[in-house]
Design a protein around this ligand. Structure first.
Ligand SMILES: Nc1nc2c(c(=O)[nH]1)N[C@H]1C(S)=C(S)[C@@H](COP(=O)(O)O)O[C@H]1N2
Ligand SMILES: [Mo]
Length: 339
């Protein structure tokens, strides 16, 4: 197919504005990615997911223009080449995640490759931007003519995004049945033992007790008192599962007065992994001992884990050691776990 004259002309002018657009799209991707990881509710998740998808598709649309820019350069630094490879790996793994469904190759999921390459690429991109002539932003970039050009790119990007979603649906690929967050569905029985980063599965038995502010709760007791609750566990590694858990809400094991005086609830794992919640969440935080009526396996957090309907998987602290009340507000923590 012959390249239309308007595209050929535009390709010849590839340069500063191409780089500026790529920089903006990368920043957009780096902001929307973590937002998508944090989001659980339909509206924020959809906004973050579509924004992230548009940034990715936008980068793909600009590939011919950036290719012209790269080919024009006299030489390519090793760091720039590494950055190029990382961006391509990042984009590629993103598309594999969307279309491929949940799976692991050699123990790694597409999302792990996606985030890993994004984090490394971020460092190299910063070096790249600093080393090269700064990308000047000109007043003329906002002229009517430029805005028309930018608008046509946005239109092509948006259309390509919609076409990609449509192909995903019509082709019957896994892309068509994703949740708002983009995660793929697994049956309750398929829930994989997952850790955020480096945590190890500890071996605990049912004599384990959960330390509370001024007492402790035995696992057998929690198990007897537990009621069945259906919730969605949606892991940032790209899968979700709707399942029935058996648990006791923290509001039933914490002293109401003490709860009223505290600013947050900190749930800590025997591994040191921890998350802090607002006190108002006490009735929505469950100490769970069973999944689908069966006692938890070690990988699932046995003998007791947190179950948090409405929050992404990394909030569901496994192998709970203690529940503490604190006067530190809950936002005062790393937005994502560190271990
Ligand atoms: N102690 C501890 N709890 C944890 C994690 C962890 O690494 N350590 N990973 C979290 C993440 S990221 C998810 S998605 C869920 C996974 O639960 P599962 O192993 O039952 O699938 O556990 C959460 N609880
Ligand atoms: Mo997760």
């Amino acid at each position: 197919m012959a390249t239309p004259a308007v595209v050929r002309r535009s390709l010849r002018r590839a340069g500063r504005r191409t780089n500026l657009a790529i920089l903006l799209l990368l920043v957009g991707a780096l902001l929307s990615g973590p937002l998508l990881f944090a989001a659980a509710a339909p509206v924020p998740a959809t906004l973050a997911r579509v924004g992230h998808g548009l940034a990715g598709v936008g980068l793909v649309v600009l590939v011919p223009w950036k290719t012209v820019v790269i080919l024009r350069a006299r030489r390519m630094r090793a760091a720039s080449l590494a950055l190029l490879v990382l961006v391509l790996v990042c984009l590629g793994s993103g598309f594999v995640q969307v279309f491929g469904g949940y799976g692991r190759i050699l123990g790694v999921s597409p999302i792990q490759v996606h985030v890993g390459s994004a984090l490394l690429g971020m460092v190299l991109a910063a070096v790249h931007v600093v080393r090269h002539r700064p990308i000047a932003v000109r007043r003329s970039d906002l002229s009517r003519r430029r805005l028309l050009t930018t608008g046509s790119f946005a239109l092509v990007g948006g259309t390509t995004y919609l076409a990609t979603e449509l192909v995903g649906r019509l082709s019957g690929s896994a892309a068509g049945t994703r949740a708002w967050t983009g995660s793929h569905r697994l049956a309750a029985a398929e829930i994989p033992a997952t850790t955020w980063l480096l945590d190890r599965v500890p071996e605990l038995d049912t004599s384990h007790r959960v330390q509370l502010p001024s007492s402790s709760a035995g696992v057998a007791d929690l198990d007897v008192r537990g009621t069945a609750v259906t919730a969605r566990l949606d892991c940032t590694s790209g899968w979700y599962a709707d399942a029935t858990w058996t648990g006791v809400p923290l509001s039933a094991v914490l002293d109401a007065d003490a709860l009223g005086r505290a600013a947050s609830i900190e749930v800590r794992s025997v591994t040191g992994y921890r998350r802090r919640f607002p006190v108002a969440d006490a009735e929505r935080l469950w100490l769970a001992t069973r999944l689908e009526g069966v006692p938890l396996t070690a990988g699932q957090g046995a003998p007791v884990r947190l179950m948090v309907p409405g929050r992404r998987g990394f909030w569901w602290v496994k192998w709970v050691a203690s529940v503490e009340l604190s006067d530190r507000p809950s936002p005062l923590q790393s937005p994502f776990p560190l271990q």
